[in-house]
Design a protein. Structure first.
Length: 202
């Protein structure tokens, strides 16, 4: 796939990963009546709106980012920095394709219990900025919920194509350290003795 909007330099383009078998690795659709899961290829079938300019200055006032390019750049940059292929990826569309949600899961060291998840979302109707969240405890739902240990958000401006690549590289570079710290914390919690009565109290 050739990227037209984003320039990721010499970063190799990584092919899409298979769909996840576990629901927790998918984009959640609860409470989003018009949302539906889709494949990566289907992202490219949604018509991309034209960029708009300010009449007074001629400067770009709205710069759309094709969904497939956003997902490809995210997958490829993280794969290069982490030196790992993605395990699974899931996508969803809402509002007749005007909103996109995605989740890409990478392996986390040798830990088979957890995966480093990257959630992303965007829109063609300007209702959602280009947003990415990453970590071991990442959640994304088409109803608007998004959380992760690290996040960034960029509006559809003229500087967005350059800045989003920079932010993706920064997030990917810090992802493993943040995930390692959270994993160690979760392991410590798991080792805390707890009787059944105390467990059920929570």
């Amino acid at each position: 796939m050739q990227l037209q909007t984003l320039d990721i330099g010499r970063t190799p383009i990584v092919r899409p990963a298979p769909l996840p078998e576990l629901s927790r690795a998918q984009v959640c659709l609860i409470g989003a009546k018009d949302a539906f899961h889709c494949s990566f290829d289907e992202l490219g079938t949604v018509p991309v709106p034209e960029a708009t300019e300010r009449e007074s200055t001629g400067n770009v006032s709205y710069q759309p980012l094709p969904y497939a390019e956003f997902a490809t750049a995210t997958r490829s940059i993280f794969a290069e920095v982490l030196d790992a292929e993605p395990l699974t990826e899931s996508y969803a569309l809402a509002r007749n394709g005007d909103q996109m949600f995605g989740k890409i899961v990478f392996p986390f060291r040798e830990d088979t219990r957890r995966g480093l998840s990257i959630a992303l979302r965007s829109s063609y109707d300007r209702s959602i900025a280009n947003q990415v969240a990453g970590g071991l405890d990442t959640f994304i739902c088409a109803n608007g919920m998004l959380n992760g240990e690290a996040m960034f958000s960029l509006r559809h401006t003229a500087e967005m194509p350059r800045r989003i690549v920079e932010h993706l590289r920064d997030m990917a570079g810090n992802a493993m350290q943040g995930a390692r710290m959270l994993s160690e914390r979760l392991d410590r919690w798991a080792s805390v003795p707890m009787v059944d009565d105390m467990f059920y109290a929570y």
